[in-house]
Design a binder for this molecule. Structure first.
Ligand code: CDP
Ligand code: MG
Length: 136
């Protein structure tokens, strides 16, 4: 059965800063993702706080929000069959040290906080996150 999905991907400041935007996009395309929309932006800390609200009780929340708003990011809507899980697989584990060969975080991640990419973790959150960045 066909199950075309969309998910939200972010190339985080550490990767944009190292000019990895094109290499990371190439990995998405080579893995069958279509980039439906994309924009390079810098967000306010308050916007990062809204985006990462599920983590508001975590000890890393403040640093995470400061980091995501610290420089330009590339936000993209990706489309593919089972895109949400497929993107999580391609990204690899949250901590690049645990990420498998062939994943974006294994290849480019620096540390658990500077792990180069974000990807929605469920179809429901993908809709919320896509709307957050592309509601216009
Ligand atoms: O990004 P992912 O969904 O894999 O992980 P998460 O558990 O939703 O955490 C969101 C982000 O918070 C991660 O991508 C990390 O950048 C950051 N984080 C951190 O800095 N320290 C941790 N112990 C856990 C997460
Ligand atoms: Mg997450």
């Amino acid at each position: 059965m066909s199950n075309l999905e969309r998910t939200l991907s972010i190339i985080k400041p550490d990767a944009v800063e190292r000019n990895l935007e094109n290499e990371i996009k190439k990995m998405f395309i080579e893995n069958g993702f279509k980039i439906i929309k994309e924009k390079k932006i810098q967000i306010e800390k308050s916007e990062a706080e809204t985006f990462y609200k599920v983590h508001e009780t975590k000890p890393f929340y403040n640093d995470l929000c400061a980091y995501l708003s610290s420089g330009p990011i590339v936000v993209m809507i990706l489309e593919k069959e089972n895109a949400v899980l497929g993107n999580r697989d391609l990204m690899g584990a949250t901590n690049p040290k645990d990420a498998k060969d062939g994943t974006i975080r294994k290849k480019y991640g620096i540390s658990i906080d500077k792990n180069s990419v974000h990807g929605s973790d469920s179809v429901e959150n993908a809709k919320i996150e896509i709307d957050f960045f592309f509601r216009d």
